[in-house]
Every structure is written in C-alpha cells, then in structure tokens.
Design a protein. Sequence first.
Length: 279
Amino acid sequence: MSKKYRIPAILYGTAWKEDNTENLVMLAVKQGFRGIDTANQRKHYFEEGVGMALQQIYDNTEIKRESLFLQTKYTYVHGQDHRLPYDDKADVATQVEQSFKSSLKHLGTDYIDSYVLHGPELMHGLTLTDNDWLAWQAMEKLQQSGLVKYLGVSNVNHKQLELLYTNVKIKPKFVQNRCFAQMLWDKQIRNFCLNNKIIYQGFSLLTANQNYLQHHIIQDMAKENNMTVAQLILNFAIHIGMLPLTGTTNEKHMQQDLATLNSNLSDEQVVTIENIVNL
C-alpha cells in the first residue's frame, strides 16, 4: 500500500450521479480534484462507475492511484435497495467484510484511504446499537490489516459521536454530516471534532441552505469578494477547518470550486457567515 496519505482540501461527491458517474468523475479529476467520495450503496451511488472512471484516468493520464484520495462507505441494509453488496442474512461483521471486498473490486484498488460507517443503525437515536459496535470493530480490523488508512462515520449526532469516540480502540479520523446553517453549520459536532483531532466533512453545504444563501448579506459579501455564492461558502467551510464536499456536475463550477482554495475571507466575514441564521 502507498505510504503517501495526503488529505485533499476538498472532495468531489458522487451521490445521485447514476450513469453520469463515470464521465463526471473523469471530468472532476481532469479539473484538479484529487479526493473522491462514494459509497457501496447502489441506491444513491454508482461506486462501480467511479472505478470505471479511475481506470480510464490511470490508462490515459499521468495520474496514478497513489495521488488520489478514495473514500467509500459501508451502508446498513435499511439504507440500501435490492442491489445489496453483501448477504443481508449474514452478521454485520461479515457484511462489512463483503461490502469492503466489493468496494475494492469496484474501485480497482487494493486499499482505501478512508472507510466510513454510513450512519449509525439508529439515525435519530441518542445511542449506538450492538451492530454499530460490531461494524466498527470489523472496520478496525480492516485498518489493522493495512487495507484502510483512516476510519470515519457519517450522519451522526453529537451524543452518538461522543459515545463512539470514547469507547472504540481506533478513533474516527473523519465525521461526514449534512451541514445546516440553521445549526450554525453543525457547530457542536464541529467543535467536538476540532477538540479531538477529527476532520469534519460537510456535505449539502449549498443545497441544504438555499434560503440562507439568498440573504442579502451573503449575496453582497460574494460580490465584494468577487466570488460566486458557492465559492464563498466553500471558502468559509475551509476557513473554519471543514473538509467540504461538492457534487457539481458543471465543468465551470468545478473550476470555480477548486479556485476557492486560493481565496481568503476576513475573520469578520467568517463570523458573519457562521451566524447568518441570527441575522
């Protein structure tokens, strides 16, 4: 396995891309994205399409596997449709193992940079189930075997994250949540991550916050900084220590999102965006 584990500043998200997944991943990497997020959950992702894109990239460019950051996920049965990547009658540890092997095959790789538990079994509970602990232990074994560099969890609330972090042997490196401005951009969980050296990945930064992004303060700030609103929010996310995901299907927007990495907001502007729900 490669010894280089550079974590990119922004990830390209592949949910909901269906048959366009292959072409869009190729386009994203061509524009400069080096981090790809997917899941072995055919209901919302086409992981095999990501792998087909990667093979095209390896065959036709100078870009090699070790220069890319690949993140995928194990998804419980309740989050899947009928196209399961494992035996649904098997125990959870076996399901994790089967799903992971399927991901390696889909992505044409022998290791995964980040392997994520795609949400606790009880999405809205304040605890973790026996299956959550079994799934995490199975994921820990994958990391211990050298097949995975980092572990993560997504769609998690503060209490669940606290429980997980406190009780597991291998701590999560990443938390990936849908990020709402009305929750101060998931500030409680972001602070927990910051205090425990966990990288917070935010998704749906734009689609989940359309009402707030229409606020005249946001619109004026974007113009003042010669940015699109999308660039403004992505720059804000990076400024507060977030690893943002973007799933744009537009080539120009891909270029604009990457250009965000070279921009800076003032501390005052960052505070204003963080508290836009109160303005």
